[in-house]
Design a protein around this ligand. Sequence first.
Ligand code: NAD
Length: 488
Amino acid sequence: VALRSIERVRYENLFIGGAWVAPEDGGMIESIEPATGQPWATVAYGGRRDIDKAVAAARTALEGPWGRMPGHERAAIMRRFADLYRDRAGDLAVLETRDSGRALREARADISGHTHGYHWWASLADKGAGRTIPFDDSVHIFTSRVPVGVVAAITPWNVPLMAAAWKLGPALAAGCTVVLKPAEQTPVTSLELGRIIEQAGFPPGVVNVVPGFGKDGAGEYLVAHPGVDKIAFTGEGSTAKAILRTGAETMKRFTFELGGKSPHIIFADADIEQALNAATNSAWTLCGQSCALGSRVLVQRPVYNRVLEAFRERAKQVRVGQPLDEATHMGPQAHEEQLAKTLSYIDIGKGEGAELVAGGERLSGGAYGNGYFVQPTVFGGVTNAMRIAREEIFGPVAALIPFDEEEEAVSIANDTTYGLTAGLWTQDIGRAHRVSAKIKAGMVWVNTYRFIRWSTPYGGFKASGWGRENGIEALDAYLDTRTTVMST
Ligand code: NAD
């Protein structure tokens, strides 16, 4: 892979109005490579004047060429973009691995799939349809679906390109224009995305990329900006609340994809091997830094010891290492603060009296150097009252909670402020229906886990968010409805 040998990279410009421009009142961020703890990229970030320019460019494109373009022509540009993205997917995966620390094999599998997603969204760009509403002879009533306007896409550091794809796809299909603001910890791949946008031939300003900080930075300016119509946000609940307060002044529309503390329920009658594969995998994917992971593993008591022993064994088999190494399963935590957070929750778990079954330590020195590596960690004997069962850790820490009865499992599963995803394993079809219908989560997986596709609506109940990404439901979040009543 070509980019593997490059030691340091520089992105000195922001992508605004179809051109690469130096920040006016922003500056340069040093992006840290989590595998080494050293800066590896120098990246431009935007200030208030840069955001003003990006929003103005997005508005010009919305009211100009992009807004006037028929859907099938927008679709053609989106398809060209998707093909170019496919050609660059290998490079993008390496860059995302270096910037975020996720294992290359995992980044590649994820990012190569985005091409399909962008094509899927392109296929919807000319399908917008309103309806006619019968009344009487005195009026003709019809609705039109119109783009919501200029969208600020504010993304987190764990999966920068996926979070961008989930927003750009429906926004562009709906005919909106976008200012993309990636997280300050992982800005590189979003700027690289700007290069592909440039090559694809979008009119200037349809997609603008401005890295920057959140509070008192580009993120907050976008949320306060009167020229932005909608905020599409993925990140933490506390940030979402701050965004809500700031955005209330200008009556923004919002989509929020927030955190999770997902129950992964293993009943004694399940296919235990399959359940174990999914449950252990999902504990450590993305080094635990995914909102969808089954971080609370609820296990029915007759199979509890077997599951606990399997977690202990499999935790040891996870190959933690340099994320660019093809053999590595799990890389480091994405940044130093997240490493500290994970380690502090491991201490909290021990202090709460949970049984440390595996892991629990930072890995440093030797091949790990000063990288932000941590062992896959398993706690047994957890109760749902413990903080390690209630709060999102966002690290590779599984909490095993034993239960006896089906009703008890449902009640533990729902005893959380979150409601993003849930999994359950059983071979009893009646139980599969009963339990899945009672779980308060936006996505429930039965005898599978983390099945997420472009066509499957994804989003949270309760504190896990507002609205849906993916699926045609996501398009609604980028469209307004105009009802026209015409006197005859
Ligand atoms: P974060 O909330 O700290 O930051 C997310 C983004 O918001 C960043 O771009 C940041 O710069 C920006 N931001 C911060 N403060 C802001 C403000 N006041 N105004 C405007 N923008 C601001 O989240 P994070 O730590 O980057 O991401 C981790 C969180 O994301 C976890 O809680 C995780 O569960 C969640 N997440 C959810 C999903 C999902 O689909 N539900 C997917 C991935 C991550």
